[in-house]
Structures are given as structure tokens and as C-alpha cells.
Design a protein. Structure first.
Length: 175
């Protein structure tokens, strides 16, 4: 005598349901395990720098304030078309050996979430008509940006009237 729950038809339905549950569980686990993508950014700054001679070179320090707009995104926390406010602190030295520039920055989006990055550059300058290429490191943030890390290449262009523009292409990941 066979058990009523052991019919081939019933077993097939249970097997299909179990397989579907396992597939959903695996997909959710993979999605939750990590995300990654790309983001393209344009940042427009107003700069307030002080530059002076120091030990055979120059030292520059000051603040950058402006906006960042996401011009391209593969998804994730960076929404294409979204803009955020950005503030940065610039510290640079320039000698005959070259430029050494570091700029920590904080972006705040319209929802109040923040994301952090550090720009570093050893090429170019910080004068109107100048600029250069460098690297940015994504350093996490709050809200939807918590845990985001990644790397970007960027170019900076210094304009007249204490303005500058930076264009960056980034690869990011989130645990």
C-alpha cells in the first residue's frame, strides 16, 4: 500500500516547489553577497585656494565646493541623472620633482546619504588653464552608499574665475 502523499504526481510537485525555493534562495544569496558596477561623474567646483612659496616649491591648500552629477551608471546606489553637493579639502605641494596632490571629498545626495572619496594626482597643476589626470578611491558612505568601495580615473581642468571641472569614470563594488 502506498502512502497518499507518496504518489508520483505529488512527489513531482514537491520536487518542483523545492527546486524553485532553492533557486530563489541561491539567487537572493548571490545578490546579497555583493553588487558591483560602473559610474561616470562630472563635478563642477568653485575653488578657494591659498598658494605660497615653501622650501623650493609651492604649497597649495583650500576648499572646493560644488556639485557632482552622475552622467552614466550601471545601477546600484548611483542613479543616472542624480546630482549631489560636494565639499573637498585640497592639499598640494609642487617642486621640481612634480606635483603631489591629495583631496578628500564628501558628496551629499538629495536624500541626505553621503559618499566619500579621495583624489590623488601627481601630474599637472592647480592653476587656471591647467589641470591633470589622477586617481580617485571610493571610500564608503552612509545609507545606500555604506560599504561602497572602488577606483576611478579622473581628469581635472582648472578654469578662470576660480572654477574647475572634473570628469571621472569609476568601477565600484558593495559587499
Amino acid at each position: 500500500m502506498t502512502h497518499p502523499f507518496a504518489s508520483p504526481r505529488r512527489l513531482r510537485r514537491v520536487a518542483v516547489a523545492a527546486a524553485a525555493m532553492i533557486a530563489l534562495w541561491c539567487a537572493a544569496g548571490t545578490a546579497a553577497a555583493s553588487e558591483s558596477g560602473t559610474v561616470d561623474l562630472v563635478t563642477s567646483f568653485e575653488r578657494d585656494y591659498v598658494t605660497f612659496d615653501h622650501a623650493g616649491g609651492t604649497v597649495t591648500g583650500g576648499i572646493l565646493r560644488g556639485t557632482t552629477t552622475v552622467t552614466g551608471s550601471s545601477g546600484g546606489p548611483f542613479a543616472e541623472g542624480e546630482s549631489s553637493l560636494v565639499v573637498c579639502l585640497v592639499y598640494a605641494t609642487k617642486t621640481d620633482a612634480g606635483l603631489d596632490l591629495e583631496t578628500p571629498c564628501t558628496n551629499t545626495d538629495t536624500s541626505g546619504d553621503t559618499w566619500f572619496w579621495m583624489a590623488k594626482r601627481t601630474a599637472g597643476d592647480t592653476e587656471a588653464g591647467g589641470g591633470g589626470e589622477g586617481q580617485r578611491e571610493l571610500l564608503g558612505g552612509t545609507g545606500k552608499y555604506a560599504g561602497v568601495s572602488g577606483a576611478c580615473t579622473y581628469s581635472a581642468s582648472y578654469l578662470a574665475d576660480n572654477r574647475s571641472v572634473s570628469v571621472a569614470s569609476c568601477e565600484w563594488r558593495k559587499p
